[in-house]
Design a protein around this ligand. Sequence first.
Ligand code: HEC
Length: 174
Amino acid sequence: MGVAFVRGPLRAILTAGVFVSAFSGMAAAQTASSAEDARAIEFGKEIYKTKARCQFCHKWDGSGDQGYGGNALSLRVTQLTPDQVATTVKCGRPATEMPYHDKFAYTDKRCYGMTAADAGDSKPQIGNEFLQAREIDAVVAYLFARVVGKGPATYEDCLDFWGKDTQQCEPMKK
Ligand code: HEC
């Protein structure tokens, strides 16, 4: 009876110990993956801003623009899925000003089943720079974390994008 009395609490302590370590393991894994996500989002933002210059046509906040680059649609209200956005970035959009960023687009049939010959005059322009798959994934991660479906951009979004207060942020300052 004495033994059973000791065993019960001991087992409970051991079990609790296992739970605690399993739980802290989970928490550590979660922290690691959200740190990775945060890095991918920052990386994607740089590509959007600097390397691919998506902001040239879609504006810094992705709200879209008319003018240079045609009628660049709003990425804030796009109905596209992440896969469809990735395809649009890789392949551009035929017969519009949306450029392609996959080095091999239209050299084979990877884009909408079309080679350059198939696309003819509707073949999109080449983007500012070619992007690798992981760079495209990062832009998509950035867009879906910060832009798509997020409503109008705020002053804080503007500071975050530019890393400082700029003229672009003036209209949103309260
Ligand atoms: C030279 C100007 C230009 C650049 C640079 C540009 N886009 Fe576009 N983009 C456009 C235009 C114009 C459209 C509209 C095409 C149409 O009419 O269907 C568009 C459409 C899109 C769409 C489709 C939206 C929808 O709802 O159908 C996505 C997604 C997109 N662009 C993302 C990007 C990303 C990400 C980058 C940077 C990697 C980028 N664009 C760079 C001009 C540009």
